[in-house]
Design a binder for this molecule. Structure first.
Ligand SMILES: NC(=O)c1ccc[n+]([C@@H]2O[C@H](COP(=O)([O-])OP(=O)(O)OC[C@H]3O[C@@H](n4cnc5c(N)ncnc54)[C@H](O)[C@@H]3O)[C@@H](O)[C@H]2O)c1
Length: 329
């Protein structure tokens, strides 16, 4: 899709990835970027920079994907839609009915509205959670759905509804299966990455960082700005339909992650190991080749550099971080 001069609706645009997507879009020659969000997790602070650009605004009538007439009014104005709104993994675990409503019914509402309003292209935030634990590595897009969580179930449903709408109505759509996203504006509620903030909190207090289990759980960490660029690449692509990994293809264990954080903060604290608590997935790494080939997306920020940027943001946004710390779940 040629996005020059076009209007893009970013649903869930006040969240971690969404707010970075908004900023990435504003680097392009787009006509307007409209944020649609109910602010149940995202916040206006995340859009401070973006809203300085006259081409960016928050849809002010409402922002819930469950309010179909208001959603439709927002989609009606859009040429392209990027849909990131969802309840997060732990929320889905504890409140599956709410997860069904927001992630499945809400995504259906978005799809239906995109078809009714002849939207040119939809980009949908899926997740590497569709894969569950890796059965083979790195995981390519045809890796089995080894998912056992309700969150993953909602993402599989989202992908398949989208596929059916592509086939039935010709809706051009791309799903993005992000690996583990971290970076500025992250909070303490991310299942796998909250550990980064907790390690930094301990280092600040001079307390040894805690790793649960033996620290061998390993993930594919990707910097948030890279995931935002993946959304823009997917929007600009001409792929009629597809679901793609968004990761680096590099596996890092929690022990290695903690060691890197200790090194970049110049701390000589030793890791303290505690018994493993609830874990959903302990091993995953995605193959980034298909996204590079079909969407032209390649990651740019390595883990050390990304963590340095996260630490800088945390040090310069102390009150914001404190507010996020006070809402742990
Ligand atoms: N962060 C990750 O590591 C990761 C990994 C894989 C997939 N994802 C997916 O990517 C997307 C964005 O993730 P994120 O980390 O930015 O999450 P986030 O929670 O920060 O952003 C989601 C946004 O959606 C909004 N929202 C929630 N319910 C809504 C509703 N009913 N109507 C309108 N808006 C609503 C929230 O207020 C929030 O701003 C989500 O779909 C998530 O499942 C994230």
């Amino acid at each position: 899709m040629d996005i020059r001069g076009k209007r893009v609706l970013v649903i869930g645009g006040a969240g971690l990835i969404g707010s970075h997507v908004v900023e990435e879009l504003l680097k392009e020659d787009v006509g307007e970027v409209v944020v649609y969000d109910n602010f149940c997790r995202g916040c206006l602070e995340n859009l401070d920079e973006a809203l300085k650009d006259a081409r960016c605004r928050v849809f002010d009538i409402g922002g819930d994907v469950l309010q179909t007439d208001i959603l439709d009014a927002a989609v009606k104005e859009a040429d392209g839609v990027i849909h990131l709104a969802a309840l997060w993994l732990l929320q889905c675990h504890e409140y599956p009915r709410a997860a069904f409503d927001v992630n499945i019914r809400g995504s259906f509402n978005v799809l239906e509205s995109c078809v009714n309003n002849q939207v040119e292209r939809l980009v949908y935030s899926s997740s590497a959670s569709v894969y569950g634990d890796a059965l083979q590595e790195p995981m390519t897009e045809d890796h089995p759905y080894n998912n056992w969580t309700f969150y993953g179930a909602t993402k599989i449903a989202g992908e398949h509804m989208m596929k059916a709408f592509h086939k039935r109505y010709g809706l051009n759509a791309v799903g993005l299966r992000y690996m583990n996203v971290y970076g500025p504006r992250q909070d303490y509620r991310g299942t796998y990455i909250a550990v980064i903030m907790k390690i930094l909190d301990n280092i600040d207090k001079g307390i040894p960082p805690v790793v649960f289990g033996d620290g061998s759980q390993a993930y594919d960490f990707i910097y948030v700005e890279d995931t935002a660029r993946a959304n823009v690449c997917a929007l600009k692509s001409d792929v009629p339909f597809g679901c793609y990994n968004v990761g680096r293809g590099i596996k890092t264990s929690i022990k290695e992650l903690t060691e890197i954080i200790l090194e970049i903060t110049g701390s000589d604290l030793e890791i303290r190991y505690e018994p493993a608590g609830q874990t959903f997935v302990t091993n995953r790494v995605g193959d980034p080749a298909a996204a590079e080939k079909d969407l032209g997306f390649t990651w740019t920020v390595d883990l050390e550099e990304g963590l340095r940027r996260l630490v800088d943001w945390r040090n310069t946004h102390i009150e914001e971080v404190e507010r996020r710390r006070s809402v742990l779940r």
